[in-house]
Design a protein around this ligand. Structure first.
Ligand code: 0A1
Ligand code: ZN
Length: 876
């Protein structure tokens, strides 16, 4: 708690190398209910890189009960020989090199913050990134102190037969009183944020992977016994990731064993601890009966992401937390490329762009906007953001495009070779790109330093056989950054003729080019026979907001003919946004849009067979948040009426076509391949339109209810089952309550399915869902200490149900504030992350803004440092 004091700020400009290095760390962890003891034997030495030679050793600690400190074999006396200053241990007058042994007691059983060592469903596990290791023992808890770890764990053998840590197992045996121990040795020096430990009684799925150089690696996936049948997809994803990283990036795995442990209580998705990844169950367990197709895709990409960190993050790590995107942006790029190679590249690209544009852009345009490499933070936990991850990945992607595939590979090889075993910066990464390619990326690096979404405005004219495109870039001010300099913006483009064919752009007949912008305003000319339709920002070649005044004919041309998947999708989105804008502020009705949209939609449906997943994306209306972000001030109820009204109206107008899709794509048996997933996705979109029309009373609900009830009675998989439930419940169709009840009963013992059950209810559109959410919070299966459950109810209500969250009477805001307060006392990271849901405050119409501001202001006194940082940004 901050006691009214402002949080201390950490600044990149103040970076100093560590005063002491820790070449060797031996940990002895004695796990006992209520009295866990951690003994750390550290070898320390002065860091020659620190010229000012501080003679005080400062070690980080948090929630530690210090029992003894022994330096070079001599027990130190508190007060005289060392002191505790706040959470830190300070030992003055230390020698050049010495050994230090500390013993602390900790209480994992009481740790609901889920940082450091904690318990989840009867097992012990850890989460040390970013600064959790200091809750286990005193240590220089910063990523640029790399140490060789040997870890011995002692525990009761009956309750915790499995004892795991990083590296390779080197010793194990029984001890007195039914206890046992295991020792693990990690030969690779690592920062303490990559430390992990697990003790529990878990089931194991084992396999092996033979690396390119012929070494056998043991693969072990652990979960609770009842979940053993849900590990196959993760294992398969892991093996494919290992092979892919060898092939595409030349990266081979380095230890004899790679392990993943599934835990129910986890703040994030997963964690790349060296050789011992720890995963949120939601990102590793998958079974067709309990997991949707989206869930399967998520498991594949998160398993890959964490595995890829073994090189991008672990072998080469970050010098300081400002460089977080060095590992995260690069690793997201790598996992996106992996998913693209495993699935349809065009579909994955649109999914990634959709996510960026609809989630990261709002972050970059709101009070939390920060550069990919932030200059300062209060709590680093608050900077595990979409900007650092997703925009960071786009920055790596632009570099890969600027260099081309071959040079990019040479540059990453150089990066891994040059910096192996080191903690480095984003500049070091870019320097490798420059060295290999000879490009000057000095201006490009502004992408790391400048916050905000650049707006790229394009104007065109056709004069004397020449088509001229004028590009103007402008990055709006963001908190602390009023003025921005022009960025280097690669704009991939093509020009389409009246029939939608790409025109040759130069003498060599190339039909696509990349214009690299460097100035605030630039013009390029292309000699083409007639005024074309520009296909701009192909593949979403830069993370900018593109403004070009497309007319409807041009959008129809792009949607019908463009070979670029992103541009087709973007054209569809622009048509929908335009229609919705005419309803939200133009005084038109959803019915007025039908004549313009139905031919377009019919055309997409007619070609749906070519790629059902892509068709599903093209047929999906923008979310209410996306529409709301284009209207100032924000009137969430108006936006809701427009989007839901348009969906119902299109559902009615095209009912026959939706029925044909829904019936034609209905499967009799489950198939798990990508093509089947694409078909299910399209079927769900069709059912969504029909259900909206039925819910609005615009078509007879009876046949649809019968169809959905059939599906629920004998679903082929969870995608189908949950899709049917959602269609009934969100549209309040006859029988929705009974269906919910039956689903809840059927899946009451499957926590991840119950998360979905809670989530479906929390996203029922309409202000009355706030009351429903209150009831869900009182449900016996709701747990405040279980982040997945908290997210299922509260985060989905706040972030994915605008018509409820922004209930006109302010009840959604009051629930939000109460939940934040309660969570902040349990798990400040989760509270702070959830608080971001208030970031649209300043965009709201005044009445709502006042109510949300009042609710949040009350939370400021006594908020944790995590929550305070977010609240201050939102409210100031
Ligand atoms: N490095 C992990 C994400 C992660 C970050 C922080 C955590 O606790 C605060 C946990 C996990 C990743 O990128 O997957
Ligand atoms: Zn990561």
């Amino acid at each position: 708690m901050r006691d009214g004091q402002p949080n201390p700020v950490t600044r990149l400009a103040d970076y100093q190398p560590p005063a002491f290095l820790v070449p060797d760390t031996r940990l002895d962890v004695d796990l006992r209910d209520g009295e866990t003891r951690v003994t750390a034997h550290l070898k320390l030495e002065r860091n020659p890189a620190r010229a000012d030679r501080p003679d005080e050793l400062v070690l980080d600690g948090d929630h530690l009960d210090l029992r003894s400190v022994v330096l070079d074999g001599r027990e130190l006396a508190p007060g005289d020989d060392y002191r505790l200053e706040g959470p830190r241990l300070i030992i003055p007058g230390v020698p050049e090199a010495f050994s230090l042994t500390t013993e602390v007691r900790i209480e994992p059983e009481k740790n609901t913050a889920l940082e450091g060592l904690y318990r989840s469903n009867g097992m012990y596990c850890t989460q040390c990134e970013a600064e959790g290791f200091r809750r286990i023992t005193f240590f220089p808890d910063r990523p640029d102190v790399l140490s060789r770890f040997t870890t011995t764990i002692h525990a009761d053998k009956g309750a915790y037969p499995l004892l795991l840590s990083n590296g390779n197992p080197v010793d194990a045996g029984d001890e007195a009183d039914g206890r046992h121990f295991a020792t693990w040795e990690d030969p690779f020096p690592k920062p303490c944020y990559l430390f992990a430990l697990v003790a529990g009684d878990l089931a194991c799925l084992a396999d092996t992977f033979t690396t390119a150089s012929g070494r056998d690696v043991a693969l072990r996936l652990y979960a609770e016994h009842r979940d053993l049948d849900k590990l196959d997809h993760a294992m398969d994803s892991l093996k494919r990731s290992m092979a892919w990283d060898e092939k595409v990036f030349g990266r081979e795995y380095d230890l004899d064993i790679f392990q993943i442990v599934a835990v129910s209580h986890f703040n994030m998705g997963a964690m790349e601890n060296k050789g011992l990844n720890i995963f949120n169950t939601s990102c590793v367990l998958a079974h067709p009966a309990t997991t949707t197709d989206a869930g399967f895709e998520r498991v594949e990409s998160v398993v890959a992401h964490e595995y890829f960190h073994n090189w991008s993050g672990n072998r080469v790590t970050c010098r300081d937390w400002f460089q977080l995107s060095l590992k995260e942006g690069f690793t997201v790029f790598r996992d996106q490329e992996f998913s693209s190679d495993m699935n349809s590249r065009a579909v994955v690209r649109v999914e990634n762009v959709d996510f960026l544009v609809n989630h990261q852009f709002p972050e970059d345009q709101g009070p939390m906007a920060h550069p990919v490499r932030p200059a300062e933070y209060q709590k680093i936990d608050n900077f595990y953001t979409l900007t650092v991850y997703e925009k960071g990945a786009e920055i790596v992607r632009m570099q890969s495009q600027l260099l081309g595939a071959e040079d990019f590979r040479r540059a990453t090889d150089l990066y891994f070779e040059r910096f192996d075993g080191q903690a480095v910066t984003c500049d070091d990464f870019v320097a490798c790109m420059e060295q290999v390619s000879g490009l000057d990326l000095a201006q490009f690096k502004r992408w790391y330093a400048q916050a905000g979404t650049p707006v790229l405005t394009v104007e065109d004219e056709y004069v004397d056989g020449e088509y001229r495109l004028t590009f103007e870039q402008h990055t709006p001010p963001t908190p602390g950054q009023p003025d921005k300099a022009p960025l280097m913006v690669p704009v991939k483009l093509a020009l389409l003729d009246g029939e939608g064919r790409a025109l040759p752009l130069d003498d060599q007949g190339r039909k696509e080019t990349v214009v690299i912008l460097r100035e605030a305003r630039e013009t390029r000319a292309f000699p083409v026979p007639a005024r074309p339709t520009p296909s701009l920002l192909r593949g979403f070649s830069a993370p900018v907001s593109l403004r070009y005044d497309f007319d409807e004919r041009q959008l129809n041309t792009l949607l019908a003919h463009d070979s670029d998947g992103f541009c087709r999708w973007d054209a569809a989105q622009r048509l929908y946004f335009a229609a919705l804008a005419r309803v939200v502020d133009g005084g038109e009705t959803p019915a007025d849009q039908v004549a313009r949209l139905t031919p377009v939609i019919e055309q997409v449906i007619a070609r749906a067979d070519e790629d059902p997943a892509q068709a599903a994306l093209l047929l999906t209306l923008p979310t209410e948040n996306a529409v709301g972000d284009r209207h100032t001030p924000l009137h969430p109820q108006r936006v809701h009426a427009a989007v839901s009204g348009l969906r119902a109206t299109l559902g009615e107008a095209l009912a026959d076509a939706w029925w044909r899709l829904a019936e034609g794509l209905r499967e009799s048996d489950y198939q798990g391949d990508g093509a089947a997933m694409g078909r299910r996705r399209l079927r769900q979109v069709a059912l969504g339109y029909l259900a909206a029309a039925a819910g609005a009373g615009q078509v007879d609900p009876e046949p649809l209810v019968a169809h959905l009830s059939d599906t629920l009675a004998a679903p082929t998989c969870m995608t189908e089952e949950l899709g049917a439930l959602r269609a009934l419940v969100h549209n309040r169709l006859p029988g929705h309550d009974a269906a919910l009840k039956a689903f809840g009963e059927r899946w009451k013992d499957e926590p991840l399915v119950m998360d979905q059950w809670f989530g479906v209810q929390a996203t029922v559109p309409g202000a009355d869902t706030v009351d429903r959410a209150e009831a869900l919070l009182a449900h016996p299966a709701f747990e405040w200490t279980l982040p997945n459950r908290v997210r299922a109810v509260i985060a989905t209500l706040v972030n994915a149900n605008p018509s409820a969250f922004h209930a006109p009477d302010g009840s959604g805001y009051r629930l939000f504030a109460r939940a934040l307060k309660k969570l902040d006392g349990i798990n400040p990271q989760i509270a702070a992350r959830l608080a971001n849901g208030g970031a649209r405050l300043k965009r709201l119409e005044p009445g709502l803004a006042q109510q949300l501001g009042d609710a949040l202001r009350d939370l400021r006194p006594g908020a944790s440092a995590n929550l305070a940082e977010v609240l201050d940004r939102i409210l100031d």
